[in-house]
Write a protein that binds this ligand. Structure first.
Ligand SMILES: Cc1cc2nc3c(=O)[nH]c(=O)nc-3n(C[C@H](O)[C@H](O)[C@H](O)COP(=O)(O)OP(=O)(O)OC[C@H]3O[C@@H](n4cnc5c(N)ncnc54)[C@H](O)[C@@H]3O)c2cc1C
Length: 638
């Protein structure tokens, strides 16, 4: 099937405004008749629920955390992009659009990216109005810093806690809507199935994580804003609860999964320090504003303390390889460059899987107190984890799984191929192509939640009758029985391995074979190993505790069961995409100097996969990508 992204036609700078005008509206007094379910209360879901509640829809919002404001967005450190051009350094909507398309290695839809760049400026105004304490310069204007893949400074930030401050802004809007009875919150509630009636999304099945009760909720539309799936690698920078469950359940009910092989490995993380570790820590990309990446030129120096290696014996490899962007090369490129140095036996630290990120030059230039002002909390965090003072010796960093560019397929209206199912934020595939630029995820989540969905959902709801299907429909009972059936099965296995042991095994297969570098052989190896681990899971996992109580073993087992199915689709996507682009690096497709080699003739499309059953190959549907406003070019940061 050739998929239609329903992109409006006409001059790109007018597409969104024209589309907003062309879409149908819901009369204010009719809005309260529609019930909208929002799963996820991070920046995308929180912003959506607050905005739709404020508009007058009857909204119910769900999350598995104990409070909506603890969604994983809270972890975001570095900042949020917008094309305000406050520093007067040449930024514009067009430049943000262009950087994002190029940064994504020309694998995203032009119109969606244009809209993102256009509304980026509204986001900053909205957040400032909510009281988000963005950093300001000496004169009191909002300050900006630089992030990877851009030569302008367009990143707004609140020290190293931008996500937390933005989420508090969204949460305050949400709390107002809750108080006004426009939104009902369901914390500690996990969505375990999507209910589809006659091909249309009509509700969800959830488990109350406190009582274990299985409940049905109906809605006229369902919005998934359930975040990303890189915990398929087990070790990642994501919170441990982040899962593919909601998206995967939707996939199994007919929603297409787009570009699942596009995963982002972030270059700036604290290296893994042992086998028992269950989480990796990100050191924000903002640190590459002032930090310089290097490794010893000679392998024999790798065991020496960094400060004893003279300047002449250091290889500032990013500055050498990419002189125009230097340490601010985009993430996929910086990650691969770090791996290349370590593969060349010039890595540092335990296991030699690390490179230095050094502040000595910046401290010499602006002083330690300025560096402390800019990144103080990140340096503190680094010291707490490594017991090393990064003001005195360079940090050690190594790439780690961080973000999912792939996700559920959506059209320009953020609606999936299942009518009534909308997908926002990291959970959809929409704007980042094959590689996301730093500080663009927060921008996308808030764009989707505050500015896109309030318009596009109206167009859908205006064309249906509210409340035609409720939880009395037999599909709800069927779904609840299936969910209960899986829980009973998991608890009855009583095998010998823990959920985390098996998750670690899956993670290691994915990291080794479907990680920073992938090949035909490694992907086939993963496709052999994943079903073996899945079989072992269903025969030998030990899930302790009872179903009718708080049971994190059971929660984790359910999430791993979904990762074990999803991993196969992700690997299949990576195997079919015979090119290298962005975060998807196929070793067979590289230039002589190790850069990614795209195949525009054969792969300029979104690959959207339809689930066909566990023992059947998924079916590929293509959405061709057209580039009318940017020239398809070899991506170069040299
Ligand atoms: C350490 C770190 C730092 C980052 N820093 C930046 C940065 O500086 N700038 C930037 O732009 N991006 C950054 N990112 C990326 C960015 O934070 C995320 O992509 C973004 O916050 C995702 O927002 P979201 O609303 O889509 O999902 P999330 O914030 O992940 O929210 C998901 C929501 O869905 C709910 N949920 C999920 N599954 C279910 C289910 N089955 N049932 C019920 N509820 C469910 C969760 O409870 C949660 O409420 C960072 C990411 C990490 C890990």
């Amino acid at each position: 099937m050739i998929l239609d992204g329903k992109t409006p036609t006409g001059p790109i700078e007018k597409t969104w405004d024209k589309h907003c005008f062309d879409m149908k509206l819901v009369n204010p007094s009719n809005k309260r008749k529609f019930k909208v379910l929002v799963v996820g209360t991070g920046l995308a879901g929180g912003a959506a629920a607050a905005s739709l509640g404020e508009l007058g829809y009857n909204v119910e919002a769900f999350c598995y955390q104990d409070s909506a404001r603890r969604a994983h967005s809270i972890a975001a450190q570095g900042g949020i992009n917008a094309a305000k051009n406050y520093p007067n350094d040449g930024d514009s909507i067009y430049r943000l659009f262009y950087d994002t398309i190029k940064g994504g290695d020309f694998r995203a839809r032009e119109a969606d990216v244009w809209r993102l760049a256009q509304v980026s400026n509204n986001i900053i105004d909205q957040c400032v109005a909510q009281g988000v304490p963005f950093a300001r310069d000496y004169a009191g204007y909002l300050d900006n810093r630089s992030f990877g893949g851009a030569q302008v400074s367009r990143t707004f930030y609140a020290r190293g806690q931008t996500g937390q401050q933005l989420l508090l802004g969204a949460y305050s809007a949400l709390s107002r809507a809750v108080k006004n009875k426009q939104v009902k919150l369901h914390p500690r509630t996990e969505m375990l199935d999507l209910v589809v009636v006659d091909g249309v999304a009509k509700g969800i099945t959830v488990r109350n994580l406190i009582t274990g009760q299985i409940e049905s909720h109906w809605g006229d539309a369902v919005i998934l804003a359930t975040g990303g799936f890189v915990n398929v690698f087990y070790l990642s920078t994501n919170a441990m609860g982040c899962s593919v469950t909601a998206a995967w359940k939707a996939t199994k009910k007919g929603a297409f999964m787009a570009n699942p092989c596009y995963t982002q490995i972030h270059p700036t993380c604290i290296p893994q320090h042992g086998d028992k570790q269950s989480k990796l820590t990100l050191m924000s990309e903002s640190l590459r504003n002032d930090g310089r990446c290097w490794v010893p030129k000679n392998a024999k120096d790798c065991d020496k303390p960094a400060n004893e290696i003279p300047e002449a014996d250091r290889d500032y490899y990013l500055e050498r390889k990419y002189p125009s962007f230097g340490n601010l090369a985009p993430r996929d490129i910086a990650s691969r460059a770090a791996k290349e140095q370590c593969d060349d036996n010039r890595g540092v630290g335990p296991g030699k899987r690390g490179v230095y990120l050094d502040y000595a030059t910046a401290i010499g230039r602006v002083g330690e107190s300025t560096i402390k002002e800019r990144y103080g909390n990140l340096f503190e965090m680094y010291e707490k984890i490594t017991d090393e003072n990064a003001y005195k010796q360079p940090m050690r960093i190594y790439p780690a799984p961080h973000y999912a560019m792939g996700g559920l397929w959506v059209d320009y209206n953020c609606m999936s191929n299942v009518p009534g199912l909308f997908v926002l934020g990291e959970a959809n595939f929409s704007v980042h192509g094959a590689n996301r630029l730093g500080a663009s995820a927060l921008m996308q989540g808030l764009a989707d939640g505050y500015f896109v969905i309030p318009n596009t959902i109206a167009n859908y709801l205006a064309q249906i009758t509210p409340g035609t299907v409720t939880d009395e429909h037999p599909e709800f009972k069927k779904s609840a029985e299936e969910v209960q059936g899986q829980i009973d099965k998991l608890l009855s296995i009583k095998g010998k391995k823990t959920v985390s042991e098996l998750h670690r095994e899956l993670g290691s297969v994915m990291w080794e074979n479907v990680g920073m570098a992938r090949s035909d052989a490694s992907l086939k190896e993963a496709l052999k190993r994943i079903p073996e681990i899945r079989d072992e899971f269903w025969n030998n996992v030990n899930v302790t505790g009872e179903p009718g109580e708080i049971n994190q073993q059971l929660e984790n087992a359910g999430r791993l069961a979904d990762f074990l199915e999803f991993a196969e689709m992700m690997t299949t996507d990576a195997l079919h995409r015979e090119e290298s682009c962005g975060g998807h690096f196929r070793t067979e497709h590289q230039t002589e100097d190790g850069e990614a080699m795209r195949d525009d003739e054969n792969f300029t499309y979104v690959g959207a996969w339809e689930y066909k059953g566990l023992d059947k190959a998924p079916e590929l549907h293509k959405e061709p990508l057209k580039f009318e406003n940017v020239h398809l070019a070899v991506r170069s940061y040299k």
